[in-house]
Ligand binder design. Structure first.
Ligand code: FES
Length: 106
């Protein structure tokens, strides 16, 4: 599935990620700046914060309780389309997903 990462300066990078990884891991293993993922994907850090493109948001699983709690600690303001990218599991249904990276994660 193809995931597009849009940096805060609007530059874009599209990756074809394997099913089963997460949007956070995909970024880390492809040197995408703008996602830190400090806790390794355990909803403990909020440094994997992204804004999901509105058109893509419907395809995603809803925000879980731990994710919801940690989204209160993002470095950039939380918006209705804020997600923790470590909780976005890549499947075929996410093909075409666009995520906007916040200006900073810490
Ligand atoms: Fe830490 Fe997502 S990587 S909350």
């Amino acid at each position: 599935p193809k995931i597009t990462y849009v940096a805060a300066d609007r530059s874009e990078q599209t990756l074809d990620l394997p099913v089963g990884t997460t949007v956070m891991r995909g970024a880390l293993s492809n040197d995408i700046d703008g996602i830190v993922g400090q806790c390794g994907g355990y909803t403990q850090c909020a440094s994997c914060h992204v804004y999901v493109d509105q058109d893509s948001a419907a395809a995603l699983d809803p925000v879980g309780p731990e994710e919801d709690e940690m989204l209160e600690f993002t470095a950039c303001p939380r918006e209705p389309n804020s997600r923790l990218s470590c909780q976005l599991k890549v499947g075929e249904d996410l093909d075409g997903l666009r995520v906007l990276l916040p200006e900073r994660q810490g």
